[in-house]
Design a protein. Sequence first.
Length: 317
Amino acid sequence: MALINSADIIDKKRDVSEIISMISQDQTPLLKILERKRTTDIITEWLEDINPAGDGTVAALEGADISSYDAGSQPSTKQNICQIYSDTISLSGSAMNNKNAYGRKDELAFQLKKKGVKLRKSLEKTILKNQASRLESGSDARLLGGLPSWITSNVSRGSGGAGTGYSGAVTVAATDGTQRAISETLFKNVLALMADNGANIDSLKAFVGSFNKQTISDQFTGSNTRQIEMGGNNTINASVNFYNHDFGVASVHYSPNQEARDCFLIHPEDFKVRVYRPEELNKHAVTGDNVKYQLITEYTTEVHEKGLGHIADLTTS
């Protein structure tokens, strides 16, 4: 019997999923936990105060008069500068009218969705970047101070590494040091610095790149002898997602949008996002057979650096 097989058919529609997967990473684990509030100026300011240390030498005489009084101390003012994020998309009239593309029925909506993913990734990458803050000058746009440019109190750096931190109303980018492998000793040393500086370290979150996330899972043992733990269905549990330390517990997170050489120890109370202009999608004037859109936002961060930790200059392979 004569039969036409599927292989005989020419010009077939290819088997392409109606849902096109976004191959690149779109996770923004840090933005998910940070407080996000409005700021009212392109320079956001906050007050920072430190509880006074105890004095173990105080011993007053019975019945003594007071001849001098402590004037107390005032909190200091810190500031960070808002940075403008801008991205654009332009489609021809024909592209806008195309309803036959695989995986989407509306090309503009599809492209704008990808731009939204890129925006969140870009914001997270910027606030974790070793970048000095600056005001606009000539062709130099405003920049927020990235997290590595702030932390000087609770930090471990490789040989030659240095950080100035916040000085003269701006931050200064840190100087990279010689890279070295992450270790439990480095991790514990920074935790101890944080504890001694009064940081809230009971529920910390550690953010690292993929290589150092696997290194932590492979090498951190705590006070126990490392063993292979078998879960149900003969599954090997080889990941360290929580680290119980002397001062509390730290959860460990893979962070795809930061520099792989960094490990940040963050408490959300001490690192916050401040937004001057929320995300806006502006349609520009029609000047031809096309449509033009601009996606824009303006943002910065509030950083209380004594409550944060940084293990810098880590190897990445």
